[in-house]
Design a protein around this ligand. Structure first.
Ligand SMILES: [Zn+2]
Length: 365
C-alpha cells in the first residue's frame, strides 16, 4: 500500500493542470482496470472525471453504492521538489497524500481484499473520482448527482477529522458572494460634496454583513477580501467585498441570501449589486447518514477501533449527494493532518483499519 500511495503522490495532479490530472487518472485506471470497467467523462477545462464499475464477488446484486473521491490536489506541479514523498516517524508525507490520494488507495485495496477473500457484496459498487473538487466541482457536479441519485448510499474517501480520524456526518454548506457598491467620483479637495464615496458606503454595509454571523447556529459570514477606490484624493466611485458564507442548514442559506439581497444603501446616491450564491449545499446530518454512521461504528468496533463522528466546516462532493437525500458518510479516507499545508501527512498505522472498514462497509450495505 505504501508503494502504491508513493506512486500516486509522485504523479502530481493540480486542479488547474488537466494534462497532469489526466496522467493521474490514467495511473488509477491502469491500477483498477483488472477488476473494474472504467469510463472517463470530459471535465471541460479540467481533467477527466473517471467512473469505475467495480467487479466484486456476489451473485445477486441489487442497488448501488457510490464511492466518491477526487483526483485533483491543491499543489502546483513541481511541489514534489520541495515536498517529496517520504516516510518518517510512522507517517507518510507528500502533496495530496492526505487530501486524498491515500483514500483512493485504501478503496482500491479494500476492493482487492473483497476479491481475494471472496467476500460477498450485495450492492453494485461505483468509484467516481472528480478532477475539479478543490476548485468547486462545477464540471463534475452533474455527474456526481446523477450517480448519487441512482445509489442507496454514498461513501466519501475524504480524510477523517483530527488525529483520531473521526468520520464526517455533517458538513457546512458554502456560499460565496461579491457585493459591489457604486458611488460617485469627485475631487476630494475641489468638489468633495458632489461625490458619494463607495468606500464609506461599503464600510457601513460590511458591518451589516458581518453581523449576519450566528456562531452558535453554525452560521458564519466572513467579508474576506475588500478593494475599492483609485487614489486618496478621489472620492471613491466603486468598492467591493468578497464574502464567504457557511451554514449548517439549507433554510439558513435561503434566509441569509435574502438578507444579503435586501441590503439597501445608506447614502441614496450609491447603489449596491450582489452576485454569487451557494456553491455547495450543507450536508445535513440526516437519519439515513446517522444509520450509515452507526453501521460503520459497529464494523469499526469489530476491528477494535472506536469510530466517532464529526461536523466539518469545509465542503466536499458529499454535500451534493447528501442534499439529494442520499445517505452519505464522509471522512472515510486517511487519518493524518495538514490538508493543504506543507506538513500534509498520514498515519501509517491507521492505513489497515481504514481499508478494512471500507471493505466491511462495502460488504454490509
Ligand atoms: Zn479533498
Amino acid at each position: 500500500m505504501i508503494a502504491t500511495i508513493g506512486e500516486f503522490v509522485e504523479c502530481e495532479s493540480p486542479s488547474d493542470n488537466p494534462a497532469a490530472v489526466n496522467r493521474f487518472v490514467e495511473l488509477v485506471s491502469d491500477t483498477v482496470s483488472p477488476f473494474a470497467a472504467v469510463r472517463t467523462f470530459p471535465g471541460g477545462s479540467f481533467g477527466k472525471h473517471v467512473v469505475c464499475e467495480m467487479k466484486l464477488p456476489g451473485k445477486k446484486k441489487s442497488g448501488r453504492i457510490l464511492t466518491l473521491g477526487h483526483s485533483d490536489t491543491v499543489w502546483t506541479s513541481g511541489t514534489l521538489r520541495s515536498m517529496p514523498f517520504r516516510k518518517s516517524n510512522g507517517r507518510l508525507y507528500g502533496p495530496g497524500i492526505y487530501d486524498m490520494k491515500a483514500g483512493i488507495v485504501f478503496f482500491l485495496f479494500a476492493a482487492r481484499a473483497l476479491r481475494d477473500l471472496e467476500i460477498q457484496v450485495s450492492s453494485h459498487v461505483l468509484l467516481q473520482l472528480n478532477s475539479d473538487e478543490e476548485v468547486g466541482s462545477d464540471s463534475s457536479r452533474a455527474l456526481t448527482e446523477k450517480n448519487a441519485a441512482r445509489s442507496h448510499a454514498v461513501l466519501v474517501l475524504e480524510p477523517g477529522t483530527g488525529l483520531s480520524g473521526k468520520l464526517k456526518t455533517a458538513r457546512k454548506g458554502v456560499g460565496s458572494f461579491t457585493v459591489v457598491v457604486r458611488g460617485r467620483a469627485s475631487h476630494a479637495g475641489l468638489d468633495y460634496q458632489s461625490g458619494a464615496s463607495a468606500i464609506v458606503e461599503l464600510a457601513r454595509q460590511i458591518e451589516r454583513i458581518a453581523f449576519l454571523t450566528q456562531v452558535r447556529r453554525g452560521i458564519t459570514v466572513n467579508p474576506g477580501v475588500i478593494n475599492g477606490g483609485t487614489r486618496s484624493n478621489v472620492v471613491a466611485a466603486e468598492a467591493r467585498v468578497e464574502v464567504d458564507m457557511r451554514v449548517l442548514r439549507q433554510r439558513d442559506a435561503l434566509t441569509l441570501e435574502k438578507k444579503l439581497r435586501a441590503l439597501r444603501p445608506f447614502d441614496k446616491r450609491c447603489s449596491i449589486e450582489i452576485s454569487g450564491g451557494l456553491n455547495r449545499p450543507p450536508m445535513e446530518r440526516s437519519a439515513g447518514t446517522v444509520r450509515l454512521f452507526h453501521l460503520a461504528r459497529k464494523l469499526a468496533a469489530e476491528l477494535g477501533v472506536a469510530a466517532e463522528e464529526s461536523l466539518s466546516g469545509g465542503g466536499s462532493d458529499g454535500n451534493f449527494t447528501a442534499a439529494l437525500g442520499v445517505p452519505t458518510l464522509d471522512g472515510l479516507g486517511a487519518v493524518g493532518e495538514g490538508a493543504h499545508a506543507i506538513n500534509e501527512n498520514i498515519l501509517i498505522d491507521r492505513m489497515a483499519d481504514r481499508t478494512a472498514l471500507l471493505a466491511k462497509l462495502l460488504a454490509a450495505i
